[in-house]
Ligand binder design. Structure first.
Ligand code: PLP
Length: 338
């Protein structure tokens, strides 16, 4: 079976760089949604705990449950509680959501500062505080999410200004409602690396920790190293005569006699089919023809083949982003720490 390796040294290198930017590892909330961006939820949680990360961000209650023992604080982005856990914090994504949470739930209020995806509107803050009080929820933090920290400086700046207003207004409301001081956070990976003198309570960091942040303007970001590599095992090899074809659609034709091997992974394992015809491995082995469900052929003879060690390269070949390449990798693939 194809398998994944996780390079712990690279992961720790990335966390060191991130901790420098956030002024402490206690300010890092490691984003572990979607099977830790394909790295394996549990495997990544183990490494994060060893490094000393105490905060995590996930999508669902079930994900949080699986890693509950590894962290002190887990922010759940889109779900409602099934059972109590003192460690879990739930996101309020709009005003209606407030009614879905039982009394006493620890919540964080997401505010829309310009992405227009989730979060209450900036002019609904007072209404939200009223509803939260009525429902008896425990509000601990206010946060937002950036749409363009890596793409558009003006949009990034505007969202930052909006969040500063939200911060001022909610601090006033916090005092008015006699709540404990609120925590504030807005940065994803790109935003953290675009922010000098970070001063928020935490940063929600995903792709930078996995070493695939693409931010050419940041020298620090260039020092991040990809954590995940994918290897596949040879199923069979054969000699092709000149003019012989490989795979579905007979779409690769040998220009000269060559030796080809077929490896045990394909789009069924989460390797994007749009890499067909054009992908070349880090060891310069050429992918031949189309990727099948469980098979891919290469101009290679190796027993084991390194398919990729930088999801950004695959993403470029497939016309997508590293996030999609990584999260596509199926959960059943074995993951080994190296
Ligand atoms: C996924 C996600 C992040 C992490 O984004 P990266 O670009 O991977 O750092 C942070 N915050 C929220 C709300 C998210 O959904």
């Amino acid at each position: 079976m194809a398998y994944i390796t996780l390079n712990k040294k690279h992961f720790f290198n990335n966390l060191n760089i991130i901790a420098q930017r956030s002024y402490g590892k206690d300010k890092i909330a490691l984003v572990l949604k979607d099977n830790a961006y394909g790295h394996g939820l549990r495997e990544t949680a183990i490494m994060a705990q060893e490094y000393g990360i105490s905060k995590a961000v996930v999508r669902s209650y079930d994900e949080a449950k699986e890693i509950e023992d590894f962290f002190e604080y887990i922010l759940i982005l889109v779900d409602t509680p099934k059972q109590c856990s003192a460690k879990f914090r739930y996101t309020l994504n709009d005003l209606h959501a407030i009614k879905k949470f039982p009394k006493g739930t620890k919540v964080e209020l997401k505010v829309n500062t310009g992405m227009n995806r989730n979060g209450i509107e900036m002019d609904e803050l007072r209404e939200a505080f009223q509803a939260i009080e009525r429902q008896g929820l425990v509000l601990e933090a206010v946060f937002t999410h950036h749409s363009s920290a890596d793409e558009d400086e003006a949009v990034f700046a505007e969202q930052n200004e909006n969040f500063a207003r939200v911060r001022a207004e909610t601090t006033t409301l916090q005092k008015e409602y006699a709540l404990s001081p609120l925590r504030f956070h807005s940065c994803n990976s790109a935003a953290l690396f675009q922010t000098e003198n970070f001063s928020e309570d935490m940063a929600r960091v995903g792709i930078a920790a996995y070493g695939c942040l693409e931010l050419p303007q940041s020298k620090e970001a260039q020092k991040l190293k990809p954590v995940l590599s994918l290897y596949a095992k040879r199923i069979s090899s054969r000699r092709l005569r000149e003019g012989a074809c490989v795979g579905y659609g007979a779409s690769y034709k040998a220009e000269q006699e060559c030796r080809v091997s077929n490896y045990d992974f394909g789009y069924g394992d989460g390797f994007l089919r749009s890499c067909s015809h054009q992908y070349i491995t880090p060891e310069s082995k050429e992918l031949l023809g189309r990727i099948s469900m469980d098979n891919s052929s290469f101009l290679a003879d190796d027993e084991e083949l390194l398919i990729f060690n930088d999801a950004r390269v695959v993403a470029k070949s497939a016309g997508t982003i590293s996030y999609e390449v990584l999260t596509a990798l199926k959960e059943r693939l074995p993951r080994k720490l190296v």
